[in-house]
Design a protein around this ligand. Structure first.
Ligand SMILES: [Fe+2]
Length: 399
């Protein structure tokens, strides 16, 4: 019985050890490190994750002190103690993020949520797996890559001008064209999204993983239209490709590049300031256009919208006074474990902003799970496209 309990402790410590390296993987993947170097680093860390339990079970479990064979923990060699303490902390960290996922509640500023499940394979009645990288993953059992959640969320935003009540934004992110999922999948998805007739469309980056797919824009994002325009930024995967060409092609199809400077848009008597950031991979954070009247500190707009590929800039956006931040990049973790939730998320905050709606003060962050990924694998984490409806706050209505 004691041997089973000790085996369980060794297992927990191994999981804690793995979590520590996953934390390192998540943070390093949030930085502008070239792909080849990131891959090497990840392979080394994955090797640590696999080897450590073997060493732990052999050494502590069977040799000295041999806790699986009647040895006691008090005989543990001195140098193992700090190592196992750190592993225990790693396990506590995993429990914490599990609790955070389990008890996640959207902020009160999100007043409505609906989701429609679209089974793309049945809808198109064809095999949608192409021959791109990692295509063998797409056919794995229980993979939800072809079951898309079309989510509809309503946010009540304190600074929204009254006559913008009901404004809709289509939030798309992380299409990752690579040839692994067939073109038809994206064509149909964009067509479905366009049918909702949003006022404004935003794409939050990671468009291309294989440059040969650039002409897919012709019948995916290309034909999309919205009365207030279609806006984009690029992501880290575009940065790994020929980002200049991707950017130019999107602009040629009529999309507006938000990465260079904020864009002022007049709508129903008010000004919307749209800005984008591709930091840390490309460019710099946008400078909000400020009024030249008075002390010149007030934004030259009634409402500030930021599109940031990574949600890591949320706290910066709060300090800048943005009203709404739209992000992608983390893919919701792509694979979620029962109870624990997401484990992998390329963010300086780990899985904290893997997906969903968050608020700090009057700033709302919406992180899309995105549509695809270089690895076409989704377990308990469906792809997502979102239609966001903005509503005036109750306080403003009653004033
Ligand atoms: Fe992505």
């Amino acid at each position: 019985m004691e041997a089973i309990a000790n085996g369980l402790i060794l297992l927990i410590l191994s999981i804690g050890h793995a979590e520590l390296w996953v934390m390192v993987i998540n943070r390093t993947h949030a930085l502008p490190i070239p792909d080849a170097r990131l891959k090497k680093l990840r392979h080394v860390l994955e090797l640590f994750i696999v080897l450590f339990p073997i060493v732990l079970f052999l050494s502590v479990g069977l040799y000295t002190p041999g806790v699986l064979l009647g040895g006691t923990w008090s005989q543990l060699p001195f140098w193992w103690k700090p190592v196992l303490l750190v592993c225990a902390l790693g396990f506590l960290g995993l429990l914490y993020s599990g609790f955070r996922h389990l008890f996640y509640k959207p902020p009160r500023l999100q007043i409505e949520y609906q989701s429609e499940l679209i089974h793309m394979r049945q809808r198109l009645n064809q095999d949608l797996i192409g021959e791109g990288p990692y295509h063998y993953l797409a056919g794995l059992p229980l993979n939800e890559i072809f079951s898309v959640d079309f989510t509809r969320k309503t946010f009540q935003l304190p600074r929204l001008p009254e006559n913008w009540d009901g404004l809709t934004i289509l939030h798309l992110s992380d299409l990752h064209f690579s040839g692994t999922l067939k073109r038809e999948y994206f064509v149909e998805l964009c067509r479905i999204a366009q049918e909702t007739k949003p006022d404004l469309i935003v794409f939050a980056g990671d468009l291309i993983d294989e440059m040969k797919c650039l002409d897919w824009l012709d019948d995916t994002l290309g034909p999309m239209q919205a009365p207030l325009g279609c806006y984009f930024i690029l992501g880290n995967h575009d940065w790994h490709q020929e980002s200049l060409q991707i950017r130019e092609t999107l602009v040629e199809t009529g999309w507006i590049d938000l990465s260079t400077k904020p864009f002022l848009l007049q709508h129903a008597g008010h000004t919307l300031q749209l800005a984008g950031t591709e930091v840390p991979w490309m460019g710099e954070h946008p400078e909000i256009k400020r009024s030249t009247i008075g002390e010149g500190t007030e934004p030259e707009s009634d409402f500030l919208l930021l599109v940031s590929h990574t949600p890591d800039h949320f706290h910066w956006a709060v300090r800048q006074g943005y009203d709404l931040v739209l992000s992608g990049h983390t893919h919701g973790g792509q694979v979620r474990f029962p109870l624990i939730g997401p484990v992998f998320a390329p963010s300086l905050h780990g899985t904290r902003y893997a997906s969903g709606t968050f608020a700090r003060g009057s700033t709302v962050l919406h992180v899309s799970r995105g549509v695809s990924g270089i690895h076409p694998l989704r377990w308990l984490c469906r792809p997502e496209i979102s239609l966001l409806t903005l509503r005036v706050s109750d306080k403003k209505k009653s004033d």
